[in-house]
Ligand binder design. Sequence first.
Ligand SMILES: Nc1ncnc2c1ncn2[C@@H]1O[C@H](COP(=O)(O)OP(=O)(O)OP(=O)(O)O)[C@@H](O)[C@H]1O
Ligand SMILES: [Mg+2]
Length: 261
Amino acid sequence: MQIRQVSKQFGVGTSAVRALDAIDLAIMPQDFLCVVGPSGCGKSTLLNILAGFETPSTGTVLLDGQPVSGPGAERGVVFQQGALFNWMSVVDNVAFGPLARGVSSRTARQTAMEHVEMVGLTGFEDRYPYELSGGMQQRVGIARALANNPEVLLMDEPFAALDQQTRELLQEELKRIWRRSGKTVLWITHSIDEALFLATHILVMTARPGRIKASFRSSFHEDLDPLVTTSAAFSEAKRTIVSLLRDESLAAQRQEGVRRG
Ligand SMILES: Nc1ncnc2c1ncn2[C@@H]1O[C@H](COP(=O)(O)OP(=O)(O)OP(=O)(O)O)[C@@H](O)[C@H]1O
Ligand SMILES: [Mg+2]
């Protein structure tokens, strides 16, 4: 994915909000790119532009050389929560995409069952979303996105609503799934630990209008040991990102203060 000089402004005149400014970014196949940045800096806006839910004010987004002009099955999206069909069982939720693409119901079900297994929910395929915990629902969301076999997975704080223990276990599971599937992932998070644990690349954004403040390669994703997060190297990397982010979060807070005052 190529993101070239993308900016986004919402509204016009004095009430205009500049959400993003001059974003240049290349996401290569099998990258796991984590985006961190202060609240309101435009992370979701960027993801929505890549997903094709929003159009950029300036600049272009290309996927395999083709301009992105709307949503498409080659880009799977997972939200923070609540995007499942409540009236459908787990397996039907996951089979929805393949069915919509026109595969036979038998094949769709088979694909769905494989993905239900991949996220560790075998035995729950006939349950409904309300019968599942938040963590299980997020797994269904991930299975549903993967079942469409997208080239790129766009994930907006998919684990944000989970308790810390569930979250850490799902991060480990996700790491295994990502290694097996070889997907390209863009992952928004407020958790620096999560970013360092999962990412091949980390992007730190500035306060609004969101620009790229820093980008890093990270190699902790190679380590399957969950205790890698307690290593000295991990702490060192974390310190760097925390201090970059802190300045931007303070700037974001000041912006909020100005807006409120
Ligand atoms: N549809 C919209 N109309 C008007 N303003 C919007 C719209 N969507 C987002 N904004 C504004 O754009 C800015 C960036 O919002 P965005 O949701 O992308 O931030 P974020 O980085 O995802 O924040 P958070 O970490 O809190 O989720 C905010 O000031 C927000 O109020
Ligand atoms: Mg957001």
